[in-house]
Design a protein around this ligand. Structure first.
Ligand code: ATP
Ligand code: MG
Length: 579
């Protein structure tokens, strides 16, 4: 099966060191005739987020470029934290992003082989059962500047180790009472090499293996061997595993198995965004958001519901590439790619979020006419639609000012503006309620300006959108803002009321969602489908939310129209971009 990545063919994407490394290994025939094999190895303990999208694009994208294959492997070695719901959502998200795995694998399928290899290491004098508690093991481990100390159990005989490890597996011992450790070097400058734990006792039911096992392998013992079993040639992971690489190699070398190669790249960090399943789970559990697919969440299911597209995410990932140092990417850059994509594909529509009634005095009562409007000026093949027009319309409250401030070119008494694709109108008078709020605006139209242009060539400074009151459909609109108030959500210097913040959640934006009830939409939006994208003229990009029913439509704002990335880019790259 091939992976969909039409817009970033190898030749067009900027090179990066991962691609260079693979190209070099192909050139030197490092793996002989074997094909390039990669894997994406999520732990099924939460939903995938935008950071995972980067890893997926790297793992699947690079294998695809080199004619190789990618496995989806669940790193399911932590019973208790892992659930089928996560397994299912991860598969759906990878496919949504446009990738298809070669084999679907589970680290738990390798438990019997990993156990056999542990026995082999014990027999070779390379592993031992330790009775120290977790705390004692930590105390013996030493520090970055001091070597560790040998455990008093380090020199058990092979027979005793075999006996104890077998009994660990048989369930004779309680959780935490013993572990199996690799016998490497307690004085190693790399703490990961100081006799790392390979197995722990955990009497827990595993979602796939049930109660078959009560000892579970640690990540470092499971990961490299799983790669090797799948004949993974390039095992790409994030930089925090760099110090684990010597251990990854050590197990493979001691066992003499297929030499998978780990290569580390930078983790994606985004401003105003938390990319950690553990923290995102906390947001869900504490009901700070409405579930994993809340459109404010940086999960793939959240941004999908919000209206983000796989094409935009892939283009974004291709553009950020990969490097060997961690950094932070502006969220505006992702939004820029999303706007770019939606600008091309989103069908235009007119929608008034905060309606103000506009009555055209000299327009015949009871008359309806239709204007043919392009569905997408960027894409003539999207066709046109008929938009009804009548004497009573809705416009945005913001598009009228009784007393216009300087440079306000929209509607005000005596001013002429264009109603998009319809007529030029001039405001005449207002009707106010008892409280003095403007509830209706009366205007006149010029019948000679049908389509929006005056035959005498006179110009207006503003074009505003509208919907016909009699034909409009009502909807609830959900507007989203950033979930965190700080570019670095972990910036806890100052919490609420000037107190030092204690938790990253203290930086949650209390105004990250605004619900607008009673918006008025052009009637064509009644047929909106889930997964369709719209640009509400002058307002932003929107999509239907699954909470919708035929009687109560709900739309999410994916993004407002304004592209602040373009501005950031301009100011940060000086005049270079402009020239
Ligand atoms: P989290 O910290 O959110 O729990 P994780 O690294 O524990 O993430 P895994 O399920 O272990 O999540 O990740 C699967 C793969 O995705 C790993 O190879 C990991 O390196 C990669 N990955 C996770 N987060 C990011 C990120 N922010 N940027 C790039 N790759 C990531
Ligand atoms: Mg993890």
């Amino acid at each position: 099966m091939t992976n969909a990545n039409p817009e970033s063919p190898a030749a067009a994407t900027p090179s990066n060191f991962l691609r260079d490394q693979i190209a070099e290994d192909v050139r030197t025939r490092k793996y002989g005739d074997a094909q390039i094999q990669t894997r994406f190895p999520p732990e099924p303990n939460g939903y995938l987020h935008i950071g995972h999208a980067k890893a997926i694009c790297i793992d699947f994208g690079l294998a695809d470029e080199f004619g190789g294959k990618t496995n989806l492997r669940f790193d399911d070695t932590n019973p208790g934290k892992e659930e089928q719901e996560y397994v299912d959502s991860i598969q759906a998200d990878v496919r949504w992003l446009g990738f298809e795995w070669d084999r679907l694998c589970y680290a738990s399928d390798y438990f019997p082989q990993l156990y056999e290899w542990a026995i082999q290491l014990i027999k070779a004098g390379k592993a031992y059962v330790d009775d120290l508690s977790a705390d004692e093991i930590r105390q013996h481990r030493g520090t970055l500047t001091e070597p560790g100390q040998d455990s008093p159990y380090r020199n058990r005989t092979i027979e005793e180790n075999l006996d104890l490890f077998t009994r660990m597996k048989q369930g004779e011992f309680s959780d935490g009472s013993r572990v199996l450790r690799a016998k490497i070097d307690m004085a190693s400058p790399n703490i990961n090499m100081r006799d790392p734990v390979m197995y722990r006792i955990l009497h827990a039911t595993h979602q796939r293996t049930g109660d078959e096992w009560c000892i579970y392998p640690m990540y470092d013992y499971a990961h490299g061997q799983s790669d090797s079993l799948e004949r993974v040639t390039h095992s790409m992971c994030t930089l925090e595993f760099t110090d684990h690489q010597p251990l990854y190699r050590w197990f493979i070398e001691q066992l003499g198995i297929f030499p998978s190669q780990q290569i580390e790249f930078d983790r994606l960090n985004l401003t105003y965004t938390l990319l950690s399943k553990r923290k995102l789970l906390q947001l869900v559990n504490e009901k700070r958001v409405n579930g994993w697919d809340d459109p404010r969440m940086p999960t793939l299911s959240g941004i999908r519901r919000r209206g983000f597209t796989p094409e935009a995410l892939r283009a974004f990932c291709a553009s950020i590439g990969a490097s060997r140092t961690n950094g932070t990417t502006d969220i505006e850059m992702l939004e820029h790619f999303q706007r770019d994509d939606l600008n091309r594909r989103a069908r235009r529509a007119m929608a008034v979020l905060r309606p103000l009634k506009l009555v055209i005095d000299n327009y015949p009562e009871g008359q309806t006419e239709f204007f043919e409007v392009a569905n997408n000026p960027e894409d003539p093949s999207a066709g046109t639609r008929q938009v009804p027009f009548s004497r009573e319309l809705y416009i945005e409250q913001d598009d009228f000012r009784e007393v216009p401030p300087p440079k306000y070119y929209r509607l005000s008494p005596g001013k002429e503006v264009r109603l998009r694709a319809a007529y030029l109108i001039t405001a005449q008078s207002v009707v106010k309620d008892a409280a003095g709020n403007i509830v209706e605006v009366y205007c006149t139209y010029d019948p000679a300006t049908r389509g929006g242009d005056a035959p005498d060539g006179r110009k207006v400074k503003s074009t505003i959108h509208w919907v016909s009151a009699a034909h409009a459909i009502g909807a609830e609109i959900r507007l989203y803002d950033k979930l965190f108030t700080k570019a670095d959500p972990y910036d806890l210097e100052e919490g609420p009321e000037g107190q030092p913040g204690r938790d990253v959640l203290d930086n949650l934006n209390p105004n990250s969602i605004e619900i607008v009830i009673g918006a008025k939409l052009e009637p064509s939006l009644a047929k909106a489908q889930l997964g369709e994208h719209f640009q509400y003229e002058r307002v932003g990009y929107f999509c239907l939310d699954p909470d919708s029913t035929p009687a109560h439509l709900v739309f999410n704002r994916t993004l407002p129209l304004k592209d602040s990335w373009a501005r950031i880019e301009k100011t940060t790259s000086g005049g270079a971009a402009a020239r």
